[in-house]
Design a protein around this ligand. Structure first.
Ligand SMILES: CC(C)(COP(=O)(O)OP(=O)(O)OC[C@H]1O[C@@H](n2cnc3c(N)ncnc32)[C@H](O)[C@@H]1O)[C@@H](O)C(=O)NCCC(=O)NCCS
Ligand SMILES: Nc1ncnc2c1ncn2[C@@H]1O[C@H](COP(=O)(O)OP(=O)(O)OP(=O)(O)O)[C@@H](O)[C@H]1O
Length: 214
């Protein structure tokens, strides 16, 4: 892109969305990205922060769903009783929580852009479920994926997990096959960890070149 003589070239931050179904290895890949020095924003962690004591969502959620606050924080099990399996209540909750989450994400991106970083990652487990056509404004999306058998084995090895729970969670998520079709990049975790790490490193290098000085 041409720049005015003497003007500093614009620093563009490439925004990569990171998603993946339960047990696919998204947390592991997110940690690899952080080790590469990439700033990573975490949608789930943001909701936990908003629900914790003093969090901005606490009074709003309590007003809509009375009795869900314990010790100044939202009790997720109590809140689940209102919203899980009740689409209207879930929509109402999303109407409260998603604008707060979006504001936190916007603050993160503003900070990253101000610091001139060429790449930022938005870790959003429900990117396709909640993102709409603009995919939360991501420039590209990477899906973390592995074969269904491996996914099942990983999830069922977790304490408290059962076939029924896994089936219920998967039925609420966009299927992995469709996520892979819609993704710009697929990060395979059905291989050696070292190979996934190498792939992640190559992707970071490629995307940092897409961002940076334009
Ligand atoms: C319903 C809540 C209380 C359940 O919390 P809990 O800790 O028990 O489970 P967790 O958050 O891990 O979610 C479990 C599963 O529920 C489903 N789920 C959760 N939120 C949503 C949603 N907005 N739409 C559809 N499914 C959802 C997903 O399949 C997920 O894997 C919590 O998920 C919540 O407050 N959700 C609304 C806020 C939201 O949309 N969060 C998503 C990130 S922005
Ligand atoms: N090549 C690989 N890449 C990533 N993880 C791998 C790989 N090989 C094996 N694993 C293992 O698979 C597991 C994936 O777990 P992880 O918590 O990262 O999944 P997740 O998708 O974040 O789960 P959830 O979405 O349910 O939180 C880890 O125990 C990790 O060590």
């Amino acid at each position: 892109m041409a720049t005015r003589e003497g003007a500093a070239p614009a620093q563009i931050t490439f925004v990569l969305g990171l998603t993946g179904s339960i047990g696919m290895g998204k947390s592991t890949v997110s940690n690899m990205l952080k080790e590469e020095g990439v700033p990573v924003w975490d949608a789930d962690a943001t909701v936990h922060k908003l629900y914790s004591a003093g969090g901005a969502a606490v009074p709003l959620v309590e007003a809509a769903f009375p009795g869900v606050t314990v010790g100044g924080a939202i009790d997720r099990a109590a809140l689940s009783k209102y919203v899980v399996g009740n689409e209207a209540a879930m929509k109402q909750l999303e109407g409260i929580v998603h604008p707060l989450v979006a504001a936190d994400r916007a603050d993160f991106l503003a900070q990253v852009r101000a610091s001139g970083q060429p790449l930022a990652v938005l870790d959003i487990p429900l990117l396709y479920e909640t993102g709409g056509p603009d995919r939360h404004g991501c420039d590209a999306v990477a899906v973390v994926s592995a074969a269904p058998d491996l996914q099942r084995a990983r999830v069922l090895a977790r304490p408290g997990m059962s076939e029924e729970k896994l089936a219920a969670i998967l039925s609420r998520q966009v299927p992995d096959e469709e996520k892979r079709k819609r993704a710009d990049y697929v990060i395979d975790t059905g291989v050696e960890v070292a190979d996934t790490r190498r792939h992640v490193g190559q992707l970071v290098a490629e995307l940092r070149r897409k961002g940076g000085a334009n």
